[in-house]
Design a binder for this molecule. Structure first.
Ligand code: ATP
Ligand code: MG
Ligand code: MG
Length: 349
């Protein structure tokens, strides 16, 4: 059998390892972090992302490399790409790991984000506020996730506090979107360019962290599905993306408002494990291994995915007692506030 290399040792890679194992592949994790590991993968390299020797040994030990998170450094991907197929490619990573790049890229393909400006200094921020107005959201261009690296501005007086709050890093200012619903398009593009996508869940965030994803989404989302999915497909084609690609949207008054993209399996796609014929994880493995893609059809009437954050995981006895609940725990040893410990998917029967 072949071996799939995965950069990063978090829960997304862990779920990819499970899907890979089911198809007869081994996975080899490469990650510098100590701490919770992807303990289902039989192979693990603990080395820094700038360790050239460890990277080339890793490249020789695997048949294809993927990554579980866009906040992985770009350098190891660039170093691996000449040695072994990296899917999705370095272009997908470079585009999606920087909010300025991703917004420009998607705008170039006809997508419409909320008004935004690049912010490299407090002076830039003040100019951007004058042009865009408030309320607005300041986000670091890179390394944000689960709402980290963001500050909301109610008025121009908040500029200096917000700039400090995000650590005076390269950023963008976005107009605040007073949306009713947000949703995501999770698609997978095969090595041959075939694209299939899942029904869009409506996503509810609490505190900047995804709380629930629900299928089917309300009519307001369904009405914007085609336009959003068409755009997502154009993005995937333009990147020559291989694997799962996720685009997040707000339901806008005249069409979907693009928020951000992720070049990977996505938390809002976890419902597909039980709620779709082929999960996003299996389809990602199929795509990067050059296999035919599986059906993305919803099974039954829908699904509700709820994240278990921090102490929520202590509810496991009650969740195991619920005959409609599929419990997933990520094996993290310590429950911390805001930390994703697992999720539960309810598939009505
Ligand atoms: P993720 O964990 O999805 O990668 P992230 O930290 O990259 O999240 P975003 O997706 O940009 O951050 O923002 C997190 C959430 O904050 C969004 O899903 C949305 O609920 C809210 N949000 C972000 N930008 C805006 C905006 N411009 N207007 C209104 N709400 C917003
Ligand atoms: Mg993000
Ligand atoms: Mg997001």
């Amino acid at each position: 059998g072949s071996t799939i290399g995965i950069l990063g040792s978090g829960q997304l890679g862990r779920m990819l390892s499970i899907a890979a194992a089911q198809l007869g592949y081994r996975t080899h994790i490469y990650a510098p972090e100590t701490g919770p590991a992807n303990d289902v993968s039989p192979l693990l390299t603990r080395a820094r992302y700038d360790d050239a020797g460890a990277l080339s040994a890793f490249a020789r030990s695997v048949d294809v490399v993927t990554y579980e998170f866009e906040n992985v450094a770009f350098a190891p991907i660039a170093a691996l790409a000449p040695l072994v197929p990296v899917r999705p490619s370095a272009l997908s990573l470079a585009t999606a790991q920087d909010r300025v790049n991703e917004k420009r890229f998607v705008e170039g393909l006809g997508g419409r984000p909320a008004p935004w400006r690049e912010v490299l200094s407090l002076a830039d921020l003040e100019t951007a506020i004058a042009e865009i107005g408030c309320p607005a959201v300041l986000k670091t261009s890179r390394f944000g996730y689960d709402g980290h690296g963001q500050a909301r501005l109610k008025s121009p007086d908040d500029a200096a506090t917000a700039w400090d709050r995000i650590g005076a890093a390269p950023a963008i200012l976005e107009a605040f979107v007073a949306f009713e619903h947000e949703f995501s398009i999770v698609l997978v593009r095969g090595l041959d360019g075939q694209i299939v996508s899942y029904a869009p869940p409506v996503n509810v965030h609490r505190d900047g962290i995804l709380a629930t994803s629900t299928i089917p989404a309300p009519a307001a989302v369904a009405a914007q599905w085609t336009e959003a999915a068409t755009l997502a497909g154009r993005v995937a084609d333009a990147l020559d993306h291989v694997g799962v690609l996720t685009l997040e949207f707000f339901v806008g008054t005249d069409g979907p408002v693009f928020n951000e993209m992720a070049p990977r399996v996505h938390n809002s796609g976890h419902w597909t494990i039980e709620g779709a014929v082929t999960s996003q994880f299996e389809n990602h493995i199929r795509a990067i291994c050059g296999l035919p893609l599986g059906s993305t059809d919803t099974v039954g009437t829908g699904a509700v995915m709820e994240n278990l954050i921090g102490d929520d995981a202590a509810r496991w006895p009650e969740l195991l007692a619920d005959p409609n609940a599929h419990l997933h725990l990520y094996g993290k040893h310590e429950a911390r506030p805001r930390r994703k410990m697992g999720h539960v998917t309810r598939v009505p029967r």
